[in-house]
Design a protein around this ligand. Structure first.
Ligand code: AP5
Length: 214
């Protein structure tokens, strides 16, 4: 099964994709996580991406398309995968169409902007695994430490309010047009497209998604 989770920064794509990946036994492919790992390792990709990410801008399409397409050709993606944060521009979506990659579901998660700002300001992450916490809504058992490994959690450099607002602007300008793109593909019966309410408890939102995909 191939699924795309679409939505503004902070709507819970990563949180929901991790739960869905566990349930469906397919990998979550989060281009943001891949880029952060590259930045931390100081690879050429990380060096090229860092200043775009820190300022809330999108990394150029050619870099990110290659990263995502290389990843889906790895053996663990044979039975499907969940895209979290890709595609994010029309050229990225068109690059998937050009290699004839079909999707079963595109699910847009919607959350009001002010709730997004609250969510992202309190977010903490475990970089090696991509596990996501929130200081109030989903705190780790021991403050600032990962529940599974006990390693320290970090706050992302782009989770400052000014950068969050920039990322929202970029979302509405560059990613929101994908809603129309996938809605049209759904009308042509090429895939199923749904918009869900991303507010409320994490488990309830997961249940909404699971109900849609059967
Ligand atoms: P990326 O890492 O993809 O960031 P994003 O899309 O901005 O999304 P986030 O990870 O911020 O949010 P999310 O929706 O996954 O929410 P989460 O589950 O963490 O991208 C970062 C950067 O990389 C981009 O700005 C760009 O520069 C670059 N990049 C990446 N992909 C790219 C692409 N395709 N093209 C170009 N550039 C690209 O949840 C957020 C918080 O809310 C957490 O603390 C969580 O615990 C909490 N939370 C989740 N659900 C709930 C709930 N129901 N109630 C309360 N709190 C909740």
């Amino acid at each position: 099964m191939r699924i795309i989770l679409l939505g503004a920064p902070g709507v819970g794509k990563g949180t929901q994709a991790s739960l869905l990946a566990q349930a469906l036994h397919i990998p979550k492919i989060a281009t943001g996580d891949m880029l952060r790992t590259a930045v931390k390792a100081g690879t050429p990709l990380g060096l090229a991406a860092k200043h775009y990410m820190d300022s809330g801008k999108l990394v150029p399409d050619d870099i990110i398309i290659k990263l995502a397409i290389d990843r889906i050709h790895e053996s663990d993606c044979q039975n499907g995968f969940i895209f979290d944060g890709f595609p994010r521009t029309l050229p990225q979506a068109q690059a998937l169409a050009e290699i004839n990659l079909q999707f079963n579901y595109v699910i847009e998660i919607a959350v009001p902007d002010e709730e997004i700002v609250q969510r992202l300001s309190g977010r903490r992450i475990h970089l090696p695994s991509g596990r996501v916490y929130h200081t109030l809504y989903h705190p780790p058992v021991k403050a600032d430490h990962d529940d599974v490994t006990g390693e320290r959690l970090i706050q992302r450099d782009d989770d400052k309010e000014v950068t969050i607002r920039k990322r929202l602007e970029v979302y509405y300008a560059e990613t929101a047009p994908l809603v129309e793109y996938y809605a049209q593909l759904a009308e042509a019966n090429a895939l199923e497209f749904y918009r869900i309410d991303g507010t409320g408890e994490v488990d309830d939102i997961q249940a909404r998604i699971r109900e849609l995909i059967g």
